[in-house]
Ligand binder design. Structure first.
Ligand code: NDP
Length: 327
């Protein structure tokens, strides 16, 4: 039986693996059969991860994190988790391959998935003008005309942030009122670089090598129009990947896994959660990595307490046997 199994291979999962491996816990990381490395695998330059002054490509950063975890003895499995049994002292992880692994603790770091528009060209032009992260990619759109899709706080925040770089930012919303908080709305309304396009959804994203424009469709009369832009930021929400633990771990009203205060402790003893799957607000590589650290330290502490109480119980049993009549 393992001491720790880590589910997920983004910055939270790999950082938890680095810490757990350095603590001699010999973690097993279930890293996905499709794409190891999480959302950063879809990012190009990462310029805000401390320590890389010249920036680093998202996939390269994840390769480095994996190599660092493996250097200290983490074992990586290229498979997907099919189901989890988390009750009791022995946790069971069943993989898509059919293999079953057991551990005393689980660190759940499955991240979150950006909602997508569902357009064919959205996939093709990702990293070529289509982005889900203004703090990651905004810098590349200096003096460009760009668009942000969405009417929530994320869209307002991204649009306002992007005006630091872009010459013009369209905010395209499918309704005629925003879901965003009033303060975020006001900030966007007051920004001279932001122009709202109401009652419109994106019917297509144009561009060969890079984004060159949008086809917008009116949600009122279904009429279409073209809008030339060079960058598209999609901010229509984010879903934490919790399907494996629905009904098992407590969730927050935002849909993230509930943890105890600043710790990574979930509602089930021995199960810890880290990264975007517990974070409705920040969702940065560096905050996910920090969260992975917390989970590894919590798991280490939990295992030490388990061992102490097992030793205590054994000592009591020995004393009781020695004191028994006839001993
Ligand atoms: P929200 O779910 O709040 O908003 C999503 C927006 O995207 C809505 O306006 C929705 O439209 C629109 N949308 C959803 N699907 C589509 C689609 N397929 N096509 C077009 N538009 C679509 O998500 P956010 O990420 O904005 O916010 C999530 C949470 O995080 C919120 O609680 C928010 O308050 C919080 N947050 C807080 C911030 C802060 O305080 N600094 C910053 C960012 C987020 P419609 O309104 O029509 O449903």
């Amino acid at each position: 039986m393992r001491q720790v199994i880590i589910v997920g291979s983004g910055p939270a999962g790999f950082t938890a693996a680095i810490y757990a491996a350095r603590a001699n816990l010999e973690p097993l990381v279930v890293a996905s059969s499709v794409e190891v490395g999480g959302e950063l695998m879809n990012t190009t330059d990462v310029e805000n991860f401390p320590g890389f002054a010249e920036g680093i490509q998202g996939p390269e950063l994840m390769e480095k994190m994996q190599a660092q975890a493996e250097r200290f003895g983490a074992e990586i499995l290229y498979d997907d988790v099919e189901s989890l049994e988390l009750d009791g002292p022995v946790k069971r992880v069943t993989l898509a391959s059919g293999a079953v692994h057991e551990a005393s603790t689980i660190i759940f770091a499955t991240g979150s998935a950006y909602r997508k528009l569902g357009l064919a060209n959205e996939e093709r032009l990702t990293g070529h003008g289509v982005s889900w992260c203004a703090t990651c990619d905004g810098f590349f759109f200096r003096d460009r005309t760009i668009a942000v899709i969405g009417g929530g706080d994320s869209a307002m925040e991204e649009a306002t942030f992007l005006t630091r770089f872009a010459s013009k930012v369209y905010v395209i919303h499918r309704g005629d009122t925003l879901r965003a908080s009033k303060i975020m709305q006001d900030r966007a309304f007051q920004n001279e670089k932001i122009e709202f396009i109401w009652n419109s959804e994106v019917a297509d994203i144009q561009g060969d090598a890079a984004v060159s424009g949008l086809v917008l469709k009116s949600t009122v009369d279904a009429s279409t129009r073209e809008l030339p832009i060079e960058g598209l930021f999609i901010a229509i929400g984010n879903d934490p990947r919790t399907h494996l633990v629905h009904g098992v771990l407590d969730l927050t009203p935002e849909g993230t896994i509930a943890v105890d205060g600043r710790s990574s402790k979930t509602s089930v003893a021995g199960v810890f959660a880290a990264g975007d799957v517990i974070d409705p607000s920040y969702r940065q590589a560096v905050t996910a990595a920090a969260s992975g650290t917390v989970a590894a330290l919590d798991a280490e502490h939990y295992l030490a307490l388990q061992e102490q109480s097992a030793q205590g119980a054994q000592a009591e049993a020995t004393l009781a046997a020695a004191a028994a009549p006839g001993a």
